[in-house]
Write a protein that binds this ligand. Structure first.
Ligand code: APR
Length: 202
C-alpha cells in the first residue's frame, strides 16, 4: 500500500486499544512506562535532563545511576526537542528524553512545542531504525496539559509522521491509571469519527 495512504484501524480490546496504520501498530495501554519492553521509551523530561518527579523520576530510578551520568553529559535539551541515551537497567534498550511545554492556555506556541517533542522522538527512533517506541502522555502531569488536547496532538503528529515510510512497527501510548487511559480511548474514538484515516473495528 502506498505510504501516502494512511489507513488506520482501531480495534478496541478490554486491556488496550490498537490502531493499525499500514505496517505500524498504534497501541494505547494502561501501565507503567518503565516496564515497557520496546526499543525505546520516551521520558517526559525537563530542560536540564537531570531528573525530576513523575515519569522522569520513575525512569531514572528504574534505569539506575548510569542514566544520570549520561544525561549530565548532554548539556540539557530545549523544550520541543529530544535527546537519546541508553536504557541501562530498564527493559527498554534506549530512552529518548523529550521536553514538552508547560501548559499555558493563552500561548499559541504551546501546542506547536508539544507536537515538536513527539515528532523529534519519532525522528530519532527513525534515525536509529528502531522497530518499537513507547510514549507517556508528555506534559500532562506536572506541566498541566489537558489529557484530551495532548492526546489529539500526539495522535495527529504520529499520523503525520506515518505518512512517510518508517522502521517503526509499534508505537505505544502508555497511560498511567484508568482515567488517563479512558480519556485517550475516548479521544481516539472521537477523532476516528472525523478523521478518515482512523477506522474503529468492533
Ligand atoms: N508510567 C507512565 N506514565 C506515568 C508514569 C509512569 N511510571 N508516572 C507518571 N506518569 C504520567 C502522569 O500521570 C502524566 O499523565 O505521565 C504523564 C506526564 O507527567 P509528568 O511525569 O509529570 O511529566 P510532565 O507533565 O511532562 O512534566 C515534566 O515533571 O517530573 C518532572 O522532571 C520532570 O520537570 C519535568 C516535569
Amino acid at each position: 500500500m502506498a505510504w501516502g495512504v494512511c489507513q488506520a484501524w482501531v480495534a478496541c480490546w478490554a486491556e488496550s486499544m490498537r490502531c493499525r496504520i499500514v505496517q505500524t501498530l498504534l497501541e494505547c495501554v494502561e501501565g507503567d512506562i518503565t516496564a515497557q519492553e520496546v526499543d525505546a521509551i520516551v521520558n517526559a523530561a525537563n530542560e536540564s535532563l537531570l531528573g525530576g518527579g513523575g515519569v522522569d523520576g520513575a525512569i531514572h530510578r528504574a534505569a539506575g545511576p548510569e542514566l544520570l551520568e549520561e544525561t549530565r553529559r548532554l548539556g540539557g535539551c530545549r523544550t520541543g526537542d529530544a535527546k537519546l541515551t541508553r536504557g541501562y537497567r530498564l527493559p527498554a534498550r534506549y530512552v529518548i528524553h523529550a521536553v514538552g511545554p508547560v501548559y499555558r492556555p493563552d500561548d499559541p506556541d504551546v501546542p506547536r512545542l508539544l507536537a515538536s517533542a513527539y515528532r523529534r522522538c519519532l525522528e530519532i527512533a527513525q534515525q536509529q531504525a528502531f522497530a518499537s517506541i513507547a510514549f507517556p502522555a508528555i506534559s500532562t502531569g506536572v506541566y498541566g496539559y489537558p489529557q484530551a488536547e495532548a492526546c489529539e496532538i500526539a495522535l495527529h503528529t504520529t499520523l503525520e509522521f506515518l505518512d512517510q515510510s518508517t522502521s517503526l512497527r509499534l508505537i505505544r501510548f502508555v497511560l498511567f491509571g484508568a482515567p488517563a487511559y479512558s480519556v485517550y480511548v475516548q479521544t481516539i474514538q472521537r477523532m476516528a469519527q472525523t478523521d478518515s484515516r482512523l477506522h474503529v473495528l468492533d
